[in-house]
Design a binder for this molecule. Sequence first.
Ligand code: KG4
Ligand code: ZN
Length: 345
Amino acid sequence: MRVLGIETSCDETGVAVYDSEQGLLAHTLYSQVAVHAEYGGVVPELASRDHVRKLLPLIREVLADANTTSADIGGIAYTAGPGLIGALMVGASMGRSLAYAWQVPAVGVHHMEGHLLAPMLEENPPEFPFVALLVSGGHTQLVEVKSIGQYRILGESLDDAAGEAFDKAAKMLDLDYPGGPEIARLATQGDTSRFKFPRPMTDRPGLDFSFSGLKTYTLNTIAKHRGDDVLPDDQTMADIACAFQEAVVDTLAIKCRRALEQTGLRTLIIAGGVSANTRLREKLSDSLAKVNGEIFYARHEFCTDNGAMIAYAGCQRLLAGQQEALTIRAIPRWPMDTLPPLTAV
Ligand code: KG4
Ligand code: ZN
């Protein structure tokens, strides 16, 4: 089955064609980063409008790249949630309507399930069961994954998501949005030994996270080293970025190890924007090597939002016979553990 995938949940318009026999045929991404940059974060209304402008031309482009016409498409997958309601509505309306026009089934995909399955697009995909660390701008979750649709949330953030914490810390350091890659870049020039930031909630049992205290700690450290109206010197800024990144990454690594111990599993996948972080990958590889564990992640461009992961996840559900009714479904808040399991018809 050949599936057109559409992602419009936030500030990236992603489109892809995935074929269950031949794999990923084409994908493209338009990032709205420049549109939102001057506001220091995503402006929902601007995001929706930009998706409207870009989606159809991108669909045409991807179909051409995949050497595919609408007649070859067997189903359409679009992100139904969670995300910004206006942005979701653009992809949902387009996906559902095109499927109606082309007389093929449509399926609404859970954005985080898309992330979770993105490592399946790689040459050496993980095998079920595994533990997944989902770390994006909106979510930080540890999930026990038995198979597609069989998810047990082991722990999650009680406040800010890991990506959100990166973005907020970056703002304090006067870095651009999105902050994750900016902090990672600045941290390479930092001295790991100068500041030691706390590893929140690691000194007590459990698999939940909290990153808001780390934000305050970062703010206080900056305040302590700044002059009147001026930020600390460049080296201090790099040292703070480094200490912040080490603290987040260490905290995530400690909880991942704990989740593997608790479930008795040896395979970990990491997914979502923050899984692109090189330091996180290094830390987890080291940590898992000690317990004979294995780590999997998607290639860089499929860690952050993209259409390929939606096309893949949707294809699996369409193949199992799941599809939408003739309604446009967009769900801004949607717990992942309420998804139906994937049972073939
Ligand atoms: O998955 P994603 O593209 O969108 C959401 O579903 O939220 O994740 C975006 C988040 C942003 O907060 C961004 O700062 C973060 O992922 N991110 C990173 C890196 N690349 C993106 N955080 C840390 N290190 C990175 N290299
Ligand atoms: Zn995402």
